[in-house]
Ligand binder design. Sequence first.
Ligand code: SF4
Ligand code: SF4
Length: 247
Amino acid sequence: MSSAVESQVLNAFPLDLSQDRYAEVPYEEKARLFEEVKTDIRYHDVLYGCYECGICVAACPSARFYDFSPRVIAQACAREDVELVYTLMNDSIWDCSQCFSCDRCPRGNSPGGLITILREVAVRNGLQSARDALEGYGRIIYKIMSTGTQVSPDMLQPDAFPDWGTHVHEIAENLEVWRRALPPETLHTTDIGWDVDEKTMIELYLIWHMTGVMDMIKEVDEGLFMILQDVMEERLEDAGYDDVTFD
Ligand code: SF4
Ligand code: SF4
């Protein structure tokens, strides 16, 4: 399918910016969420106002394929349009690929950075849009948090990726040999990307705990939180951190 046709297909489902969809949500709740966005320490570094020039839209890859506009998001926040910001937090912000091409904004804004803050507030407050957007990532989060790596060599399955070419068969069949040929010993692994030592894993757990990442996961996926909690608490206890809990 050509990219032009693909774009038309994706845009056949236009973004509904009418606020009627969220009329049942009290204005005070929407205002509270926007206040949380504005009090983020990064907010005044990512939004200085908006010329409405559209340069961010021209640079944005997501705007080419989705009914999505970083300009609308920057404008809604600059105008303090509480209702529209709430609508965008429930839909549009999840179409951003966080590439930061929009950082070329002549006003000095970072619409991508603004979207990061909006997403974090959506996650912290357990908005349904955040739950929906993150639903497919549970396994990835689990893998990162339990092994310290995201993609493992044994995922290189020829049947799953036939477009990678015939040589993939040979590599997959002799994966252990190929991996042992790599110079750093930490890469002689097949079921994880590389060996992450115990000290690094403990540091990661403590960072996730202290920066509120675990609280965010708890808000959007209670089941995943409980699994991770077990994995981490056992590891921390073994390392002598008896007093750290993820409740
Ligand atoms: S960070 Fe998001 S809004 Fe900015 S250019 Fe990339 S996809 Fe578009
Ligand atoms: S590039 Fe900057 S000033 Fe222009 S529309 Fe986007 S956010 Fe507004």
